[in-house]
Design a protein around this ligand. Structure first.
Ligand SMILES: Nc1ncnc2c1ncn2[C@@H]1O[C@H](COP(=O)(O)OP(=O)(O)OP(=O)(O)O)[C@@H](O)[C@H]1O
Ligand SMILES: [Mg+2]
Length: 484
């Protein structure tokens, strides 16, 4: 094949892949500039092709041109975020990878691949501006809780504070179980210092409740408390949200403080820290050790004093084994480690929690429930609570709002998940008449699978995950029970 044909093949490949691509040869002349790149930079393919780099991109100094650096210094840059104005003055944000192409130890070309993330970037800017406005609002005593709650619903970022959204204290934490009290005790001791805290607990076990109680119970209570769910933000934006952004060598980029700067003097809660990209985890570790941050695209080191509380909802051991959590970061964060037991492992606390929630929802729904009937309480005590305390609270909330009797919650008011009804009604149904235990268990298995499959809209992968089994095993059982 001739060189020209190779180029045609290459061009066709890049157009199909959809990534914006720009390749220059050793002399800096553009030899490939595809349609996606033309869209991004608003320079036509004809204008760029065959021209020396400097002629087309004269406004970019060589020291700041990643392509030029790749050609001359063999410098490789992967996944670097850049914000700049295209020639129409529109601000564009891209994630770029630039590599020198080396043959027989000679740099024969350099290639840049860019992905347009302008829309994602706009979203992250919006979140950070909201942060700013809530923070201004939270200093204003007139801001009511409702306005705060509405803003708190933005993807993953929550600020609490006076007049703000939620503010939990140790007095809100209910529980007498010895294992649970140990966790409370550790959390209380954490209020006397500013060491990092690492909280592990399943969903709904009270991680946020503990994190806020630690913050508002300590010396930092009048400083900001910020929370970021690391799983709720696209990976490429998280770094800018945490550390802020600064215009690089390009004009027009936004200078903005990230959560570390905004939380300065206070506490930053990093929820689901294991969802943070591995590379960013090592950057976070450096920040914790050195106590200063650098904005994305910036060159200035900024001293920050932020207490970190990190949470996960799988065991740290599992997360480390799976490669989701860096062990070095974990050891650095786990100065004060707190494990919150699931509700099913502290069933003794169910009655007092239920009581507290009845009082809360009596007020909210203007009801006068005084007690829980014994069978209703038994039902509550025997349930497994995959959603832990949050689930119990929801069960009581709907029971109080819908209670048939005036002053008593009865068994009929307590609505548990289907799964419970199914397996328990079967237990009482088990008559042993001609049915072996194995057949009987198979029947339960079959009905649980059917329910999960239905509620997941027939999605086998999701159902297997929910049931904690391998997809292949589930498929095998679906065949066996002739479900599909
Ligand atoms: N020990 C407790 N006493 C009183 N209320 C509790 C307790 N634990 C949890 N709750 C309540 O349960 C709900 C869930 O708690 P929280 O948001 O702290 O859980 P979480 O562990 O952060 O959950 P997730 O992992 O889903 O974010 C909240 O309404 C909280 O007030
Ligand atoms: Mg939480």
């Amino acid at each position: 094949m001739r060189g020209k044909d190779y180029m045609a093949v290459l061009r066709a490949v890049t157009e199909v892949m959809g990534e914006a691509i720009h390749i220059v040869d050793a002399s800096g002349k553009t030899i490939l500039y595809n349609e996606a790149m033309a869209q991004l930079e608003k320079i036509s393919v004809e204008d760029a092709l065959g021209k020396p780099f400097r002629q087309v991109f004269g406004n970019i100094p060589e020291s700041e041109s990643t392509l030029y650096q790749a050609l001359v210094n063999r410098q490789e840059i992967r996944n670097k975020q850049q914000t700049y104005l295209n020639i129409y003055g529109k601000q564009v944000t891209t994630i770029n990878t630039t590599i020198p192409i080396i043959v027989d130890d000679r740099v024969v070309a350099a290639m840049e691949v860019a992905r347009d993330i302008t829309e994602l970037k706009d979203m992250s800017d919006k979140i950070l501006s909201l942060q700013d406005s809530i923070s201004a609002g939270s200093r204003d005593e007139s801001l009511d809780a409702k306005a705060g709650a509405a803003v708190g619903a933005e993807p993953g970022t929550v600020r609490t504070g006076p007049g703000g959204i939620r503010q939990y204290h140790f007095s809100d934490i209910i529980g007498e179980d010895p294992g649970f009290l140990q966790a409370v005790d550790r959390a209380m001791r954490a209020t006397t210092n500013t060491a990092s805290v690492f909280i592990y607990g399943e969903t709904g076990t009270g991680k946020e409740l503990f994190a806020q109680s630690i913050h508002y119970g300590g010396k930092r209570q009048n400083k900001p408390f910020l929370a970021q769910n690391c799983a709720a933000i696209p990976e490429s934006l998280l770094e800018g949200i945490l550390f802020g952004t600064e215009k690089g060598g390009f004009t027009g980029a936004v200078d903005r403080a990230g959560l570390f700067e905004q939380a300065n003097g206070g506490t930053l809660l990093l929820d689901e820290v294991s969802a943070m990209p591995y590379e960013l985890q090592s950057k976070l570790l450096r920040v914790l050790q050195e106590k200063y941050i650098r904005r994305v695209g910036g060159s200035k080191d900024i001293l920050v004093d932020v207490r970190i509380i990190a949470t996960v909802n799988e065991t740290p051991q599992e997360l480390i084994e799976r490669g989701a959590l860096r062990p070095d970061l974990y050891y650095r964060l786990n100065v004060i480690g707190i494990t919150l037991p699931p509700l099913r492992e502290r069933r003794g606390d169910i009655p007092i929690l239920a009581d507290r929630f009845i009082k809360k929802y009596n007020d909210e729904y203007e009801r006068e429930i005084w007690m829980i009937a014994e069978p209703a309480l038994e039902k509550l005590k025997n349930y497994s609570y995959p959603g832990n305390v949050r689930e119990l609270e929801n069960i009581i909330m709907s029971a109080v709002s819908m209670a048939e009797e005036e002053h008593v919650l009865t068994e009929r008011d307590i609505m548990l998940q289907q799964e419970y009804h199914e397996s328990h009604s079967r237990v009482s149904e088990f008559s042993q008449e001609g049915e072996s235990l194995a057949e009987y268990l198979a029947g339960i298995e079959q009905s649980v699978i059917r329910q999960y499959l239905t509620s997941n809209g027939g999605n086998v992968t999701k159902t297997a995950k929910d049931l904690g089994m391998l997809r292949q095993n589930l498929q095998h059982k679906l065949k066996k029970y002739e479900i599909v």
